[in-house]
Design a protein around this ligand. Structure first.
Ligand code: KIV
Length: 291
C-alpha cells in the first residue's frame, strides 16, 4: 500500500499534509468522503485514467489519489475508434485489474454506452457488477439532467457516482467532438446539468471541453468538486487520459493535453534496439543465459 508524506514529495498544500489527497499519508483507500473534505479545504487534486494492473500500480505508488477506468479504454487500450463499442464485460475485467494493482487510490469505473441509458434499474444492475465483481469504489456516467434518475437510484443504493457533462464522448454520433457550453443558452444548460447531477447526489462531476470561464463559474456554484479536462485551471481537480499525458498515444492528441513524457519514442527505440541485438546475435549474451 502506498504511503506518501508531504515531506517525501515536497507538497505543503494543504498545511496538514497527512490529510492531503496527493502527498498525504493513507493506510487505506481514498473514499468519496476524503474527496468532499478536499473541496472544503480548497485542495486541488489529480486524476488519471488506468486500464491495467501494472500501469495503475505505478500511478498509485506516485500518489495519484483517484484513478478512472475510463471507457476511453476503447480508443486507448482496445483499438476502437470511439468509446461506443466498449462493453460492460470489458469494463468489468479492466476495472478488476486496476483494483488488483492498487491499494490507495479510489477507483472510479465508467459505465459504458448502453449499460445505463435504458433507465435507473439498468444502471443499478450494471453499476452493481462494477462494484461487486470488479471492486470499484465509485462509477461514472455521462449526462446531466438526462441522467439524474439513474444517479439518484445508484446513490440511494449506496454506489457513489461521478457525473460527466460538457462533451460526452458516448454521444459522439449526435454531438461530435467539439467545445460545449459556448453561447448563453448552452452555458445555462451546462449550469442546469451541473446542478441536476449535484442535486441527484453525485459526489463529483467531470467537465469536459467547456470554456474555462464557464468551468470556473460551475466550480464556484457547486459544493461538489469539479474535475476538468479541457476546462481550464479553475476546476477543483484535473483528469487526463494516461496514454495522452505520457506520450504513448499515436497521432493527434487534443490541444488541452500536456505531454509529460514521450513513451512512444522510448518504447519504439527500445523495441528496435532489442530487434537489432537479436538479428546481430548480441542478445542473449552469457549473462542472460542459463547453464
Ligand atoms: O473515459 C475517460 O477517460 C473519460 C475521461 C476523459 C474523463 O471519461
Amino acid at each position: 500500500m502506498t504511503q506518501l508524506s508531504a515531506a517525501q514529495n515536497g507538497k505543503t498544500n494543504p498545511s496538514d499534509g497527512s490529510r492531503a489527497l496527493y502527498g498525504g499519508k493513507s493506510t487505506r483507500r481514498i473514499t468519496v468522503r476524503d474527496i468532499a473534505a478536499a473541496k472544503e479545504r480548497g485542495e486541488k487534486w489529480p486524476m488519471l485514467t488506468a486500464y491495467d494492473a501494472m500501469t495503475a500500480s505505478v500511478f498509485d505508488e506516485a500518489g495519484i489519489p483517484v484513478l478512472l477506468v475510463g471507457d476511453s479504454a476503447g480508443n486507448c487500450h482496445l483499438g476502437y475508434d470511439t468509446t461506443v463499442p466498449v462493453t460492460l464485460d470489458q469494463m468489468t475485467m479492466l476495472t478488476a485489474a486496476v483494483v488488483r494493482g492498487t491499494g490507495r487510490a479510489l477507483i472510479v469505473a465508467d459505465l459504458p454506452f448502453g449499460s445505463y441509458q435504458e433507465g435507473p434499474v439498468q444502471a443499478l444492475r450494471s453499476a452493481t457488477r462494477l462494484v461487486k465483481e470488479a471492486g470499484a469504489g465509485a462509477v461514472k456516467l455521462e449526462g446531466g439532467e438526462r441522467s439524474h434518475r439513474q444517479i439518484e437510484l445508484l446513490v440511494e443504493s449506496g454506489i457513489p457516482v461521478m457525473a460527466h457533462i460538457g462533451l460526452t464522448p458516448q454521444s459522439v454520433h449526435a454531438m461530435g467532438y467539439r467545445v460545449q457550453g459556448r453561447g448563453e443558452e448552452a452555458a445555462q444548460q451546462l449550469l442546469r446539468d451541473a446542478k441536476a447531477v449535484q442535486d441527484a447526489g453525485a459526489f463529483a462531476v467531470v467537465l469536459e471541453l467547456v470554456p474555462a470561464e464557464l468551468a470556473a463559474e460551475v466550480t464556484r456554484t457547486l459544493h461538489i468538486p469539479t474535475v476538468g479536462i479541457g476546462a481550464g485551471p479553475e476546476t477543483d481537480a484535473q483528469v487526463l487520459v494516461w496514454t495522452d499525458m505520457l506520450g504513448l498515444t499515436g497521432g493527434r492528441v487534443p490541444k488541452f493535453v500536456k505531454k509529460y513524457a514521450d513513451l512512444r519514442t522510448v518504447m519504439g527505440d527500445a523495441a528496435k534496439a532489442y530487434a537489432e541485438d537479436v538479428v546481430g546475435g548480441t542478445f542473449p549474451a552469457q549473462e542472460h543465459s542459463v547453464h
